[in-house]
Design a protein around this ligand. Structure first.
Ligand code: DAH
Length: 340
């Protein structure tokens, strides 16, 4: 019986020596040390021995058990280490390899257009003034000469935050903000920013888009100053041969109000698909700041006058690059964005 124990120990240790990976190690453990393992079975058979033989056998078997357990632990630890080393080596990162290049990004086409517009107006002495996207009803409408229930409000349906707070439908409320901040100094600013309208999204209209508002307030400012400014702007953006046409219009915050068109940059006034065969492209709404608006901004209309205009930003870019769908601007499709 004692020989058997000895033999088992030798056999188990030899088998353990041959174990190369953790599954084989578990298998070894099951075979020798688990409840159904050979050694355990052997310990259970102690009852079959004579009383005198039992202690010696028990001692020997227990010693082997302790030895095998220790050997098992040692082997398990060694395997863990070598497996970890192997894993690290196989998945090793070669830090000397060049990295994967991240392509440089570039400015969005709208940002590029805005910056062109800023640069042109900067040369004409206009500062950039930023005003909030979330506005009060009063700023967006009331102080711009559209009291509650004024029918002109129907021109701009918007997203309401609450009864009195909304997403601005145009950059014009910035006129009031800048006047209240700057009065009684003269003003020459542009007010760029995003506007929001509750509209069906189509190839021609988005519910978010950019505008650049312009405002000049001073002594003796006249309609000819406005027309001169718009003409200069169109020529600097689209070429020195551009012509401007003025039509009368209506906006509650200007008096008189106009709309300015520019001769079509594609057909040069001949008539084509882009200008719908009229030869002209609309560039902005504009006018002389309404006396009520001047007053709301803190300027006495008896002494001060001013002009204002509101330009679209996406439209000029669409014309320039022949883009036929405004939805492409904010659809985040890199195939589109990378072209500009
Ligand atoms: N706020 C107008 C709109 O969004 C555009 C506009 C028209 C702005 C005339 C002006 C202006 O400053 O004088 O439709």
């Amino acid at each position: 019986m004692l020989d058997q124990v000895k033999q088992l120990e030798e056999e188990a240790l030899a088998a353990l020596e041959a174990v190369e990976h953790s599954e084989a190690l578990s298998e070894w453990n099951r075979r020798y040390l688990s409840k159904k393992g050979t050694l355990t079975q052997m310990l259970h058979s102690v009852g079959q021995l004579s009383k005198e033989d039992r202690p010696a056998f028990g001692q020997a078997a227990n010693k082997v058990k302790v030895a095998l357990e220790a050997a098992y632990e040692a082997r398990a630890e060694a395997l863990r280490r070598s497996e970890m080393t192997r894993e690290l080596e196989s998945g090793a990162v070669d830090v000397t390899l060049p990295g994967r290049p991240v392509g440089p990004g570039h400015l969005h086409i709208t940002t590029q257009t805005l910056r062109q517009i800023y640069a042109i107006f900067a040369e004409m002495g206009f500062q950039v003034y930023e005003s909030p996207d979330v506005e009060t009803d009063e700023m967006n409408f009331g102080l711009l000469n559209m009291p509650p229930h004024h029918p002109a409000r129907d021109m701009w349906d918007t997203f309401w935050i609450s009864d009195q707070v909304l997403l601005r439908t145009h950059t014009s409320p910035g006129q009031i903000r800048v006047m209240r901040e700057r009065h009684p100094d003269p003003i020459r600013v542009i007010l760029p920013g995003k506007c929001y309208r509750y509209e069906q999204i189509t190839a021609r209209s988005e519910h978010q888009f950019y505008q650049v508002e312009g405002l000049a307030v001073g002594h003796g400012i006249r309609m000819t100053d406005l027309i001169g400014t718009l003409t200069e702007f169109a020529r600097r953006l689209y070429g020195p041969e551009r012509r401007i046409r003025i039509r009368s219009s209506y906006f509650p915050f200007t008096e008189p109000s106009i709309e300015a068109d520019m001769d079509c940059i594609l057909c040069r006034g001949e008539g084509c698909r882009v200008c719908r065969h009229s030869g002209w492209l609309e560039i902005c709404g504009a006018g002389m700041v309404h006396p009520v608006v001047l007053q709301n901004g803190g300027y006495n209309p008896e002494e001060w006058s001013g002009f204002a205009f509101g330009l679209g930003v996406e439209r000029p870019a669409m014309l320039k690059y022949d883009i036929d769908d405004i939805r492409l601007f904010y659809g985040n499709d890199l195939r589109f964005l990378r072209q500009f």
